[in-house]
Design a protein around this ligand. Sequence first.
Ligand code: FE2
Length: 295
Amino acid sequence: MMRLRSVELELPQSDAAAGFLSGAWGLLDAGKRGKTTFLRGTGDHGYIISVTEAAVFGIASVTFSGSGEEVAGVAQRAKAAKVPHQPIQSFDEPGNGHGFVLEGLEGQIYRFIAETQPVAKLPDDLKRPIQLTHTVLNSTDREACVRFAEQVFGFRISDRTQAMSFLRCNRQHHAVAYVKSDICSLNHIAFEMPNLEAVMLGIGRMRDNGVPLVWGPGRHGPGNNVFGYFVAPFGGIIEYTSEVNLVDDDYPVGKPEDWTWPPGRSDQWGHSLKDMARAETAERQYRFRPAVIPA
Ligand SMILES: [Fe+2]
């Protein structure tokens, strides 16, 4: 089964970021290799986020995992579509595996890996994320990104709103979404918590640690998941989420007119509005590196 596996970030002062992620945020240390620190959740992925020491902020890649067959299928379609990509290779990182790197239409770097050493799942813990459940990317042409994800990745569209398009790669309503923007960058990373209680406890724990909400608590329209969004101490937006809808093949693709809110609302609960002034800077902080993959 294809799943969103991890996001790889590059940033200055990565040790402080790793300390926050393995401290208040609730992840577990998955080891360090060179300038990179890996962190895992309680799920079965060797790691779900990595932070690499660098002079400038950047998102190195978004990584999906699947079976060898699924990864080979993406590679075949990438080749047929003449998408810039690297040959299948081994990855020496927690979880290990064989896979490849490809470049999206706006310079996004995606990796597809068949993990060969998944770790044992740990018991759910209300203080700890399980895994990533989605990541959202800003995009200058989101519908082109949707077509690319459908045709090359084999993902399926779940919903479209005025600003966003949501795609899934398994029964979870979305694994990746694209937001209409003037740049291509990381919009946010969502960490799946065991339940609503864990999301709310996490919101309190962040407040205790001087990291107030930038949006939430709330319950989204598309996906129906509960959420709390924060500007991370290392920049970028991170989300605690839970209760995302599981959908089947016959899920009707929602249109923007299906997802409208009364004035002054942007979610089902109506408890808070997104602090756009604070969020917008963070949503532009992590950009992909210039293209490095030959066609
Ligand atoms: Fe989200």
